[in-house]
Design a protein around this ligand. Sequence first.
Ligand code: GAP
Length: 455
Amino acid sequence: MPATEMQQLVSLCQRRGFIFQSAEIYGGMKGFYDFGPMGVELKNNIKQSWWKAMVYQRDDMEGIDGCTIAPAVVFQQSGHTETFTDPLTECRDCKSRMRTDKMKDPTVCENCGSKNLMEPRNFNLLFPVQVGAVEGAQSLAYLRGETAQHIFINFKNVTDSTNRRPPFGIAQMGKMYRNEIIARNFIFRVREFEAMEMEFFVPPGTDEKWHEYWLEERLKWWESIGVPRNKININDKPKEELAHYSKRTFDLEYLYPHGYDEIEGIANRTDYDLGSHSKNQDELNLTATPITNTRSNAKLTAQNAEGQHYVPFVIEPAAGVERAMLAVLCEAYTEEVLENGDTRTVLKFKPHLAPIKAAVLPLARNKPELVALAQSVKNTLQKLGLGRIVLDTSGNVGKAYRKHDEVGTPLCITVDFESLEDGQVTVRDRDSMAQIRLPIAALAQHLRGIVEDAA
Ligand code: GAP
C-alpha cells in the first residue's frame, strides 16, 4: 500500500534521517531541504540509476557537468529573463502572496478570504547573483533555472571533442534554482533542487519520431525504479500551456498524495535554443557584462551527410530528482499488520535504490568475538562495491530489524554464537521477513543476486 498521506512520509523521513528542513535550528527556510544519511544514499542511487540507463547503457550519449551559475546573457538568449515567470498576486489585507494560476478562485485570498487582491503581475523565478567584487548590472549572472542551457552552450565543445553527429544526446544531472512563489507539498515544489536532464539532438523532420521514442524509454525507466505505468498520467500539453521553446510536450504526472502532478517533462524544443545561442547578437539589446561577451562566437550547427550545416532539433526528457525521490518513497511505503496485531512500517525499495544494502548485526554487543566476526563479514561485503553496508552493534536484534525495515534495508545478517562454530549466519529478508541460515562464504553471491539483479 503506497503512502496516501504526505504526513506519513514527512515524519518517517525526519525520524529516520532521509530529509530535514534546511536551517531547521533557525526555524527552517521554506522551500529548502537538506538530505540526511539515508536521503543522500537514496538520492545518489536514483541518480546513478538514471545515469546508467541514459549514458552507460547507450551508444549515442555523452555526459557533462556544467556550472550552476551562468552570465545574464545566457538566460537572456534562452528567453528565461523574459518568459520564465509565474503570475503573482498579493493580498492587501494579510500580505500573503499567491500564484493565481494555482488558485481555486483567483479573486479570493487563500489565507484570509479577503477579496482585496492586487492585480496579478509576472514574477520571474530566476535568482540573480553578482559575480565579482563590483556590484551592478555589469556583473549580473543567474543561478541556473534549468540545467539544459549548459548543454546547449557546450554543444560545440562536445561535438568537437567527441565527433558526435545527430542523432545523439548530452546528459547532465545537477542543481538548479527557482524562486518559486509558493513552495509546497514537502519536496515536491522547492526552490533548490536537482534535475536529470538530457538533450537529444536530431535532424529536423525526425524529431516527432524521436519524441515518441523517448516517451516510451522514460516510462520504462520509471517502472525500473518502482514507479509503475498505471500511476503515471501522460499529459499531452495543450498549446496554450507550452513553454516558449516547445513545439509539443508530454508531461508525465505521477499520482502523489496531493493528486496527479508533474514528475517529468518530455519536450520537443525544436531548434530554439541552439538557434538562439548562435544568433548575430549585434542586433540585440543585451546587458553588457565584463564577465562575458554579449555575443556568442559560435554557430551551433551539425553537418549532414552532404556536408551542409543545419541547426539540430532537440528532444528533452527532464526529470526532478526530488520529485523522483518523493514518488519512490510513496511507492515503497508500506504498513503491514502483523499476526500479533502490531503494525510494521517498511520501505520496500527496489534493492538497487535502498540506502543500505545490508546490515550486519552481532547478537550481543558486549561479546568481542561476535563483534569481530560481524565486522569481518561487513568488511567483506563492503568490498563488493554494491553500496553501503553497515555494522549495527545496538545488540537488540528486534529493534534493529524494525529500524532497517523503516529505512528499507533489503537484508539483515545476524551473527550469533553458533556462527562462531559453524561459520553460518541468519539472513532475514526485508519483504517476506523469512529467515534462512547461510554460510558466510555464500553471502557475497546472495547479496549480489538481490542487489544487482534488480538494477
Ligand atoms: N529544462 C526543462 C525544464 O526545466 P521543467 O518541467 O520546468 O523543465 C523539469 O522542470 C523537472 O524538474 C520537472 O519535471 C520536475 O520534475 C522538476 N521540477 C521543476 N520545478 C521544480 C520545483 N520547484 N521543485 C522540485 N522539482 C521541480
